[in-house]
Design a protein around this ligand. Structure first.
Ligand SMILES: Cc1cc2nc3c(=O)[nH]c(=O)nc-3n(C[C@H](O)[C@H](O)[C@H](O)COP(=O)(O)OP(=O)(O)OC[C@H]3O[C@@H](n4cnc5c(N)ncnc54)[C@H](O)[C@@H]3O)c2cc1C
Length: 386
């Protein structure tokens, strides 16, 4: 017999898990199918910076969404920790951007005023003040900028907590059940096939990170609504020498350092189009260490305690893909690229509003899955549900 749910989610990373956590609180019957154990892809690999600062003009449309998610973070973390009983080591200590190039020094005022115009908290600060905040920063940067509202969280703890919280609220998880097919009846999606079994649901949500674009490839559906691609990021974890402790995120144009509660420092990252191959390369490690030691030369004698790489869900315009498709019952929540940890609370809230109210309190039009098909209604071969 086909089991029926209110909502079926393809993918149990931070996005699928957060949606399940949010929807299960509404007493909806939620199932999450994952092709492996949930939470072990990009969400496990992330640095955990909570930064709404755009890196390039392409990111600017994301800023209001990112700010809203940052605003939601304290209540999201409280709910996750309460329900799961697991700490996620969320901290709101701000971030320091350290500028090394002469051009960055002259550009600083412009950067500061551009970020202020976007409503972001940002202060130019003297190098002396920056060193009072973080004594271990390099001796010879040109300038520094302080972003007081930024925070950080430990993604592995967060995803574990959200998964436990969603289970605690009654969501069902089906590990090792890849979603291979969508069940369509006329113009409506009525479920999916996961691990060879049909799962019927009133709403289907695709949240499979960089793998979303490849689901049911023969139907071309995800090519239209969720054309994701993997963007590899390599990372290192360092154990600093005795006496060296970072409290805040440090960033430069070349890389970043994110302190963990146990004293370790996570250093990142690379941005590579290398397909689905998750390896750590010599060139990747060199790039990360060069940036890390430029920011904080005292890390020279740090022990490298871990290295890993993960696949960010990239999209053609670097923006996430959020919202309904033109197939009733089929929704997309993916493509969070470099910001999925930050954007989890707002994504979960949007999906909850769409499902329970039919509309959202936040304008998410720029992120619509219909932007890739120019609004032409999809015509696909229907897979009849049993
Ligand atoms: C090195 C690195 C550093 C990062 N740093 C930050 C940061 O500092 N701050 C930040 O906000 N973000 C950061 N990110 C980005 C963030 O990690 C991602 O945007 C986020 O994790 C995406 O979450 P997700 O749930 O969409 O995808 P994922 O975590 O990749 O989860 C997708 C899930 O879908 C499952 N799946 C795949 N195919 C199928 C299928 N056919 N059927 C069922 N399930 C399937 C997978 O097994 C997986 O569990 C970083 C990413 C990387 C790689």
């Amino acid at each position: 017999m086909v089991k029926t749910f209110d909502v079926a989610i393809a993918g149990g990373g931070i996005i699928g898990a957060s949606i399940a956590f949010e929807l299960a609180a509404q007493s909806l019957r939620v199932v999450v199918a994952d092709r492996q154990s949930p939470g072990l892809e990009a969400s496990w690999a992330a640095a955990g910076m909570l930064s709404p600062r755009p890196d390039s003009p392409r990111d600017v449309p994301l800023v209001p969404l990112a700010k809203e998610s940052l605003r939601l973070y304290p209540q999201f973390v409280r709910a996750v920790e309460d329900v799961s009983g697991k700490p996620v080591n969320y901290a709101r200590e701000g971030a320091l951007e350290i500028l090394f190039a002469p051009s960055e020094e002259t550009d600083r005022e412009r950067t500061v005023s551009e970020l202020r115009a976007l409503g972001l908290g940002v202060e130019p600060i003297s190098l002396d003040t920056a060193r009072v905040c973080e004594p271990s920063i390099a001796r010879h940067p040109r300038a520094a900028v302080w972003l007081p509202d930024e925070g950080a969280v430990e993604p592995r703890l967060l995803v574990e907590g959200v998964l436990a919280g969603a289970r605690g609220r009654g969501a069902e998880f089906r590990p090792h059940c890849p979603v291979t097919e969508f069940l369509l009846q006329r113009d409506r999606c009525v479920g999916f096939v996961a691990g060879g079994q049909q799962i019927a649901a009133g709403h289907v949500i695709v949240a499979s990170g960089c793998f979303s674009g490849g689901i049911a490839a023969e139907t071309n559906l995800m090519a239209r609504y969720a054309p994701t691609r993997p963007v590899r990021g390599q990372m290192l974890a360092l154990r600093p020498p005795e006496g060296l402790q970072l409290r805040r995120v440090l960033r430069s144009e070349r890389g970043y350092l994110v302190p963990r509660k146990d004293g370790r420092v996570v250093a990142g990252s690379t941005k590579e189009d290398a397909g689905f191959e998750k390896i750590v390369t010599a060139a990747g490690i060199r790039k990360i260490l060069d940036a890390a030691l430029e920011l904080c030369p005292g890390l020279e004698s740090a022990e490298i305690v871990e290295n890993w790489s993960g696949l960010r869900p990239g999209t053609p315009d670097d923006l996430p893909i959020l919202g309904a498709t033109d197939i009733d019952g089929l929704m997309i929540a993916t493509g969070h690229y470099r910001n999925g940890i930050l954007l989890a609370p707002v994504t979960a809230k949007l999906v909850r509003e769409w499902i329970t109210n039919g509309r959202s309190t936040f304008d998410a039009k720029p992120f619509s899955p219909l932007r890739f098909s120019g609004g032409v209604k999809s015509r696909t071969a229907a897979h009849t549900a049993d």
